[in-house]
Design a protein around this ligand. Sequence first.
Ligand SMILES: *[C@@H]1O[C@H](CO)[C@@H](O)[C@H](O)[C@H]1NC(C)=O
Ligand SMILES: *[C@@H]1O[C@H](CO)[C@@H](O)[C@H](O)[C@H]1NC(C)=O
Ligand SMILES: *[C@@H]1O[C@H](CO)[C@@H](O)[C@H](O)[C@H]1NC(C)=O
Ligand SMILES: *[C@@H]1O[C@H](CO)[C@@H](O)[C@H](O)[C@H]1NC(C)=O
Ligand SMILES: *[C@@H]1O[C@H](CO)[C@@H](O)[C@H](O)[C@H]1NC(C)=O
Ligand SMILES: *[C@@H]1O[C@H](CO)[C@@H](O)[C@H](O)[C@H]1NC(C)=O
Ligand SMILES: CC(=O)N[C@H]1CO[C@H](CO)[C@@H](O)[C@@H]1O
Length: 780
Amino acid sequence: MSCLSSLLCILLPLLLLLVGVNGKEEDKRQVYVVYMGAVPSHTAENTLKKNHIQLLSSVLPRGQPIEKSLIRRYKNSFSGFAARLSENEANALRNKAGVISIFIDPIYQLHTTRSWDFLQETSVETVSNPATDVGSSPTSDGSDTIIGLLDTGIWPESESFRDDGMGPIPSRWKGACMEGNDFNSSNCNRKLIGARHYDLEEDEDSLTIFPKDASSPRDDHGHGTHTSSTAAGSPVMEASFYGLAEGTAKGGSVSSRIAMYKVCGSEGCPGSAMLSAFDDAIADGVDLLSISIGASEFFRPDFTEDPIAIGVFHAVERGITVVCSAGNDGPGGGSVVNAAPWILTVGATTIDRFFESDVVLGGSHAVAVKGSAINFSNLNKSATYPLIYAASASSNSSSDDAEASHCNLDSLDERKIKRKIVLCEHSDDDNSKITKAEDLKTKGAVGAIFIDDVGRSVASMYIDFPATEVTTEGSEQILKYINSTKNPTATILPTITVTKYKPAPEVAYFSSRGPSSQTSNIIKPDISAPGVNILASWTRNEDFDVAPPGRKPSHFNLVCGTSMACPHVAGIAATIKSWNPTWSPAAIRSAIMTTAMQSNNDKAPVTTDSGSVATPYDYGAGVINPTRVLQPGLVYEIETKDYLQFLCNYGYTTKTIKNMTVIPNGFECSKNSSKDLISNLNYPSIAISGFTGKERKVSREVKNVGGVEDTTYVVSIKSPSQLNVEVLPDKLQFSKSVTKLSYQVSFTASSSRLKGDYFGSITWSDGTHRVRSPFVVKSS
Ligand SMILES: *[C@@H]1O[C@H](CO)[C@@H](O)[C@H](O)[C@H]1NC(C)=O
Ligand SMILES: *[C@@H]1O[C@H](CO)[C@@H](O)[C@H](O)[C@H]1NC(C)=O
Ligand SMILES: *[C@@H]1O[C@H](CO)[C@@H](O)[C@H](O)[C@H]1NC(C)=O
Ligand SMILES: *[C@@H]1O[C@H](CO)[C@@H](O)[C@H](O)[C@H]1NC(C)=O
Ligand SMILES: *[C@@H]1O[C@H](CO)[C@@H](O)[C@H](O)[C@H]1NC(C)=O
Ligand SMILES: *[C@@H]1O[C@H](CO)[C@@H](O)[C@H](O)[C@H]1NC(C)=O
Ligand SMILES: CC(=O)N[C@H]1CO[C@H](CO)[C@@H](O)[C@@H]1O
């Protein structure tokens, strides 16, 4: 019997009960997460279970069986549960001893640029990612590093997950390879060492209503296969997407192991399931977690009501580095998510690869206009197709010429565009370019040219329709030609891969930007990494393949999103971890941030899509530098109690947060807790908000990890003219007995008229290492 039918068997009587017995009250029940912080020391699992059940039954109607309400329990790495509750019951629980927070189970989304329901809009990149290729393997044995991913599952047969030559699975690994639809223990190996899914609780008689595709670790979607192979895929020779981006595909840490926690179904990724995955992954023994999922920019849960913030807190407390995507809601400011200070938050950049699909104009011109797209064009190479500017093809029902020039739906006259190539404007609030292309194709056009400056560095996937994108500058040439002749013609050339493209990297337009809506006293995102047209393994589920007509599904796909940037950083963090097994998550993040690059392959500052110089709000400390990360020289450490003090400064009381972790002598917020003191967290970057011009001081402490005991670091400061920035002391002398040193930075205004954000940096150097921290001073 299939899982589905057994699920239905359990589900049906339950649904009948819910409706029949409890009537209307039950209809309003929703899934809530009850978060209770650390598992108290020396608590047996049975006692914890009893506590959860007692707590829950205290708010349920007398005589109602617990199993009807309880959905999941969190019991290994932190305490809590998810339950179906009415609003009144939830409110009653809110005030019970031991409950830190209770919130409605949120559904989070994947951070690919394609929306969940619109497949083609995704752009992906896979394997051979020159910008993050760490090169030769580390001297130490990286095979002991285990990367866990919370995602859509995994396609275990992909070549990226072969385990040729890998040693035995580390003995400390306590994870599982769960069975499910089309997935059994034979699907795991020495590369893919763990796979769990979260449709049914095995040990409880409770369940969630999950789509069928979630009842297996198998990835029917593609996203999880892509992120896993990007983080730690084995090398695959001659990987490509139908000949594009050809090369050896491999993950950031080819020797690391992979554990997949499938938390996403077709509706998205429920927070209650993600918390179960955190609960398991921490107990299973992962070293790192990579999470390319987040809330939308408009849903802004507080730290104790955000499943990702909660789960990552407990992972970091156990020494597990967690890397999360920043979101794809850019380029507007304040759009970054996953911004808790214990998370390593990753934005996306382009790489030096470009997918070029040019427009050739007819007549005596025969000029080519550079375009960018991934197309499956089979048009003739000569410019024999009639060309029309969409503004001249408006349907007569449409009075709005602007609509027509943008080729928005229902604005064009079919007869005027049939068998023609159509030139369309494009702006962000239009229908998507993919939607427009589909529409043009349906109406009989042979091709489309979109004028789009913003998305120029992100090649869209036009699966079986010849379409390309040109800049406004390029479009002028086309328009001039159209104006100058009676029967303009053109063609669109097939896509070619251009490598060593300049300038690169560039901040991707979709990458979410800082400052975080939660606090401007910490810079987010932290770092950026390749996330545009990334080639990596993909699902072979035929419902989700992106093959052009008549071709076999590709085992690889090109995808875009901070989703793709995140596992790049996870792979590099795994390499750092394998070289330095004792390093804390804060030290690993520090190494990644302080060694980042700020210039591109044109030896100029990294820019954004609009051509402006990138600021820390765009890309954090910069673009990850895979070679320098291994020699940071100094690192900024942060302990769990520092994060608790951050929460005090943020506004939480001791009462709320003291049970989040077990601290031997308890925890108290310091009396002077304040928002301004958030800037004092020992972060590898500095942010000050509400600056009036009067002196503000922050302190930092660095630890020497450079391998040489006697060494002196000297500071250099880059600051805008409106600020006076002073660092004291300006020299740090380390020795055998002095491995940690503090310094203070003071900021005062040098000009009386301050407005906006001022950016700069502080760099410590001993001649060999360069330890750079960006800063932002935000005037009130
Ligand atoms: C903290 O946890 C202990 C033990 O689990 C519990 O007795 C106590 O009520 C909790 N404190 C708060 C403030 O919830
Ligand atoms: C797993 O499934 C495959 C294919 O259905 C089968 O050949 C294999 O024996 C199964 N392995 C286990 C351990 O059940
Ligand atoms: C392409 O060009 C060739 C020769 O110029 C012609 O025979 C053929 O019909 C053209 N195909 C299309 C689709 O226009
Ligand atoms: C709309 O277009 C059709 C075909 O081009 C034409 O026959 C008709 O007269 C037009 N109607 C108006 C109101 O312009
Ligand atoms: C093309 O002609 C139209 C009007 O006929 C004019 O508005 C437009 O500016 C011209 N475009 C170019 C690029 O010459
Ligand atoms: C805040 O109080 C703590 C002690 O609770 C003290 O160590 C620290 O120096 C104080 N910080 C400031 C900025 O006053
Ligand atoms: C990605 C891709 O398949 N591009 C195709 C674009 O069209 C030309 C012409 O048919 C093909 O050769 C390319 O492979």
